[in-house]
Each structure stands twice: as structure tokens, then as C-alpha cells.
Design a protein around this ligand. Structure first.
Ligand SMILES: Nc1ncnc2c1ncn2[C@@H]1O[C@H](COP(=O)(O)OP(=O)(O)OP(=O)(O)O)[C@@H](O)[C@H]1O
Ligand SMILES: [Mg+2]
Length: 239
């Protein structure tokens, strides 16, 4: 059974249809790329499946259960987590506390248990000195903290919204390897939004392409990247 399915998912913002009739699915253990030009609807799509926004129409199922209008906290409890394109760490908290938030709220852990889990996840991501304020972190460390916070939710489905943006190529390689490892070890379905096609090629088994809210192509990156409609969407976006 698919982990996550959408059917005809649509979100309109007073006239602008940001996500238009998108049907897709994600399977256990798969890393799926979600690509498309700026404004294509990628972040809005993640907002819809994580419950930050409610759809105008369509349906969302998690392991066959209808969650179309379930609140965000229920979805994170069920096992859907995501990072944010616009990162907002809680700056008056320590690194470890930022990561603990995930498991305190959605997993109902005690503070002691949550701290232990957060420390283990940070160790796994090679994020150290957890008593620092988030203001002292490098971009790479902030990105790792975002991933750690999402993992603290113990997700079965994880969305990463441009988590590599701002990283240099060595750091990007490191995060690619980390994402591959956590997806494999946890049997998670991971949805990855990235603009750098080298990352998508390296990381994903399958890609969906959004353009102006519509899903215009789907398949392995090698196939999709040769699709004339996809090439046109990117060139059109750049013109
Ligand atoms: N809250 C909102 N109200 C009105 N319009 C919105 C809102 N959020 C997004 N949009 C519009 O919806 C469209 C899709 O935006 P979205 O942020 O999902 O695109 P994206 O594919 O993530 O783009 P990027 O690659 O730049 O991050 C854009 O035209 C955007 O301006
Ligand atoms: Mg976006």
C-alpha cells in the first residue's frame, strides 16, 4: 500500500490555482523528487500534505486513511514530517531543545526521553555541541538541525523543501549521503524539493514535475529531464 496518496489535489488562492488537480503517490523507502520552476506550487503542495494549508478540493490519504482535512498536529502524530524552505529555528532555544520539540509535541515523550532521542538523532547526523544557541550555527548545521527536528517526529513520510539551498558542493554531498542513509535505514518515503538538478539526479529514484500547479511529467529523472514539456517549462521559466 502507498504511504501517501493525493487525488485531484487542488489549492486556489483567490483566483490563482497554486496546485491544480495533482494526483500522486509515495511508496515506502522511495526518494521522490518534486521539481518545477519557481512558483510551480512545490511548497504549497507540501503545505497541503502536511496540513499547514487546507485544500480547495481533492483528497489526501496516509496509508489508506483519509487525512484531507486533518490538522497538522494529527498528521505529524501519524508520521508525516517536513522541513521548511524558510527556516525559522527558535533562536532563544539551544540546538538540542529545537530538536526535542518534534518528539515532545507529536510523540508525547517526557522531556527526558525527548532529550535522549534528540541527542541520538543529532549524533547520527554528526551535529555536535548541542548546548549552543542556534544563532551560533553554520548553514550546514542549521540544515542538519532542521532535518533532525523532522526526524524527531519519527516520520514514515518526510518532505525536505530545498534543504540543500545555500550549501557548497561538499556539504551538499554530505547531506545527500545522509538523506539516502536515513531513508534506507528507516524505510521512510522522502519527498525532496531541490532546484539543483545534479542533486535530484543523484538522490531520487523517481521525479514529479509541477508547472503552474499542474503535474506535467513523472518518471525517473533521466527520462523526465528529456521530456520536451519539462524542458519547455524550465526554459519558459528562465526566459
Ligand atoms: N498564501 C498564499 N497566498 C497567495 N498566493 C500564494 C500563497 N502561497 C503561495 N502562493 C502563490 O502560489 C504559487 C505557488 O507558490 P509556491 O511557493 O508553492 O511555489 P514553489 O514551487 O515552492 O516556488 P519556489 O521554487 O520559488 O519555492 C505562486 O504563484 C505563489 O505566489
Ligand atoms: Mg518553494
Amino acid at each position: 500500500m502507498s504511504k501517501l496518496t493525493t487525488t485531484g489535489l487542488t489549492k486556489a488562492f483567490s483566483g490563482l490555482v497554486a496546485v491544480n488537480d495533482v494526483s500522486f503517490n509515495m511508496e515506502e523507502g522511495e526518494i521522490l523528487g518534486i521539481i518545477g520552476p519557481n512558483g510551480a506550487g512545490k511548497t504549497t503542495f507540501i503545505h497541503l500534505v502536511s496540513g499547514i494549508l487546507m485544500p480547495t478540493s481533492g483528497r489526501i490519504e496516509f496509508k489508506g486513511k483519509d487525512i484531507t482535512y486533518a490538522p497538522a498536529h494529527e498528521r505529524s502524530r501519524l508520521g508525516i514530517a517536513r522541513t521548511y524552505q524558510l527556516i525559522h529555528p527558535l533562536e532563544n532555544l539551544k540546538v538540542v531543545e529545537n530538536v526535542m520539540i518534534g518528539s515532545v509535541f507529536s510523540r508525547g515523550k517526557s522531556l527526558k526521553e525527548a532529550r535522549k532521542a534528540a541527542e541520538a538523532i543529532c549524533a547520527e547526523l554528526e551535529l555536535d555541541r548541542l548546548q549552543r544557541d542556534t544563532a551560533q550555527l553554520s548553514i550546514l548545521e542549521i540544515k542538519k538541525m532542521e532535518i533532525a527536528r523532522a526526524l524527531a517526529n519519527e516520520p514514515e513520510v518526510l518532505f525536505l523543501d530545498e534543504v540543500m539551498a545555500g550549501l557548497n558542493s561538499d556539504e551538499t554531498k554530505q547531506v545527500i549521503a545522509t538523506v539516502q542513509r536515513i531513508a534506507r535505514e528507516r524505510r521512510m518515503a522522502v519527498g525532496v524539493v531541490e532546484h539543483v538538478m545534479g542533486v535530484i539526479r543523484e538522490l531520487t529514484q523517481r521525479v514529479i514535475v509541477l508547472e503552474a500547479g499542474e503535474l506535467i511529467a513523472e518518471g525517473p529523472y533521466e527520462t523526465v529531464s528529456k521530456n520536451p514539456r519539462v524542458i519547455e517549462a524550465y526554459l519558459g521559466g528562465a526566459a
